[in-house]
Design a binder for this molecule. Structure first.
Ligand code: CO
Length: 134
């Protein structure tokens, strides 16, 4: 069901500092920041040959990243994203296995303009998982 690793997301307290560190210290290509108000985040992508790293800064009142940064002040790994070819089929299989989907079970449009779902970390070894249909 899951296919390629699409990205790893890191919550950051300062996006400009994180972009600068990835560009200037680690020597990576980083996209310009993009606001996704419906997800409560500003994102920039570190583009690697085999995957991406998503740098996430909380924006707005109810960002899901705020509580994470309250517990991890210097930032940290927030979620990993796997690709699926059919997100509805994947969702139904997960629900049939008793897995919990966060924020309702209808896919939302994610950072790449594609449908995504987030899965409960307690069901997946303590890791928040994003599924993205590609
Ligand atoms: Co993501």
């Amino acid at each position: 069901m899951i296919e390629k690793l699409n990205h790893i997301a890191i919550a950051v307290p300062n996006l400009e500092d994180a972009i600068s560190m990835y560009r200037n210290v680690l020597g990576a290509e980083v996209t310009e920041p993009l606001d996704l108000p419906e997800h409560g985040v500003r994102v920039a992508f570190v583009e690697l040959e085999n995957t991406k790293v998503e740098l996430l800064l909380p924006i707005g009142e109810n960002s899901p990243i705020t509580s994470y940064l309250n517990k991890n002040a210097s930032g940290g790994m927030h979620h990993i994203c796997y690709e699926v070819s059919d997100i509805i089929e994947a969702r139904d299989k997960l629900l049939n296995n008793g897995m919990r989907i966060l924020g309702g079970s209808e896919p939302k449009i994610g950072a790449h303009g594609k449908p995504v779902l987030f899965l409960h970390p307690k069901d997946f070894c303590g890791t928040l998982i994003e599924l993205e249909q590609v």
